[in-house]
Design a protein around this ligand. Structure first.
Ligand SMILES: *Cc1c(COP(=O)(O)O)cnc(C)c1O
Length: 394
């Protein structure tokens, strides 16, 4: 028999040996373009705070207002007594922003994938999943009885072949991230939807990194490709990245929303958002519609930072978005570079196997609208030195 203590210690040793043990980096100041780590002020290239909303004064003001008016907790799951009118108003606002008939808000992006995939898929259905889809999609699919077929990353031809091989009268669901979180590349959604449609399949897009980033005023990847009114496209995403709060959403038809209210298990069995979160998110959606130039600034910063890194000789992989990886190859090199950058006041996180493939260890930089030119130039100067120290660039 194994005791709890033996189990915990053995597992931790295992992680240590395989180099996978994680230690938490603690921010000692708010989540912003400039923050504090290990007692020093740093330029933050590690967060998903694309629009700088996580500590934005307008969001904070609305969150406080909602606390005063609605209190701190919501007290129940949505289906019992946990739906406040502000929850429904946020969903209407979100549907109108996304250009869909309806939207439903769930606790997080992670639980949204579990809830929506779990509510939709039954035995006899087939899911076609991009090889680089997010962990929450993989876990969500594991909870269903649908058959899973994985297609190589962004490979529309391979997807078509799998669709052609699949018979039966179940639902066929093509599932993809809108923007992929490790490479910063975009799903070829127009071609995916076109192929899916030819085989009677529905397309499901997880737009966690595309929402607030792509499309007019950050309406998302689906909007970027002009597919928002397509009845055979479901979009889900998070409210925890660009939108500066926490939560997930599904946007689509009114019928879909109704089904999710009845069947999405996290929605049914986990308490709804506290008013402060709802207030912040509601202010975020208003703000971006009123000031779409915030998204423009995000893209100007992105273009500048990426092209300068490339000019210095770094490999930024397939990046097409504010997610700008810098390839180091060996995990040890990426982690060393991250340490050296931090010593120069740049907070950027190294990622190795199994988060990314072996030999493709990298630092993932995320540019935000909150960075100014001076911060980006300081980060580039640090990158130049560190790249030379490690003989990655000349
Ligand atoms: C971050 C992310 C999630 C999880 O969203 P949370 O709101 O943080 O739970 C889901 N899907 C994708 C593609 C993500 O990048």
């Amino acid at each position: 028999m194994v005791s709890l203590r033996q189990r915990v210690e053995a597992e931790l040793e295992d992680l240590q040996r395989s180099g996978l043990r994680i230690s938490l980096k603690v921010l000692e100041a708010p989540q912003a373009a400039r923050t504090a780590v290990d007692g020093r002020s740093v330029i933050n290239l590690a967060s998903n705070n694309y629009l700088g909303f996580a500590d934005h004064p307008e969001l904070k003001a609305r969150a406080k207002e909602f606390v005063e008016r609605w209190g701190v907790g919501s007290g129940a799951v949505r289906t019992i007594a946990g739906t406040l009118s502000i929850h429904q108003q946020l969903e209407e606002q979100l549907a109108s922003f996304k250009g869909t008939e309806a939207a439903l808000v769930l606790q997080s992006g992670f639980t949204t994938n579990q809830g929506v995939l779990g509510a939709l898929l039954k035995e006899g259905d087939t899911v076609f999943s991009d090889a680089l889809n997010h962990a929450s999609i993989i876990d969500g699919l594991r909870l269903t009885r649908a058959e899973r077929k994985v297609f190589p990353h962004r490979d529309v031809g391979a997807l078509e072949q799998l669709l052609a091989e699949t018979s039966g009268d179940g639902l066929k669901l093509v599932v993809t991230d809108g923007v992929f979180s490790m490479d910063g590349d975009v799903a070829p959604l127009d071609r995916l939807v076109e192929v899916a449609r030819r085989y009677g399949a529905t397309t499901y897009v997880d737009d966690a990194h595309g929402s607030g980033v792509l499309g007019q005023a950050g309406r998302g990847t689906v909007h970027h490709f002009g597919l928002e009114t397509s009845p055979d496209v479901i979009q889900v995403g998070t409210l925890s990245k660009a939108w500066g709060g926490v939560g997930g959403y599904a946007a689509g038809s009114a019928g879909l929303r109704e089904l999710l209210i009845n069947r999405a298990r996290p929605f049914l069995f986990s308490t709804s958002h506290p008013p402060a979160v709802v207030g912040g998110l509601s202010a975020a959606l208003e703000l971006v519609v009123r000031q779409p130039e915030i998204v423009e600034r995000l893209w100007e910063n992105t273009r500048f930072f990426r092209s300068e890194l490339r000019r210095l000789g770094f490999d930024t992989l397939r990046s097409e978005t504010p997610i700008v990886p810098v390839l180091f190859g060996e995990a040890s090199a990426a982690f060393e570079a991250s340490r050296q950058l931090l010593a120069k006041g740049i907070f950027a996180v190294g990622l190795g196997f199994p988060t990314v493939p072996r030999g493709a260890a990298r630092i993932r930089n995320i540019v935000t609208a909150g960075h100014d030119q001076e911060m980006l130039e300081q980060a580039l100067a640090a990158y130049r030195e560190v790249g030379r120290n490690l003989a990655l660039i000349s």
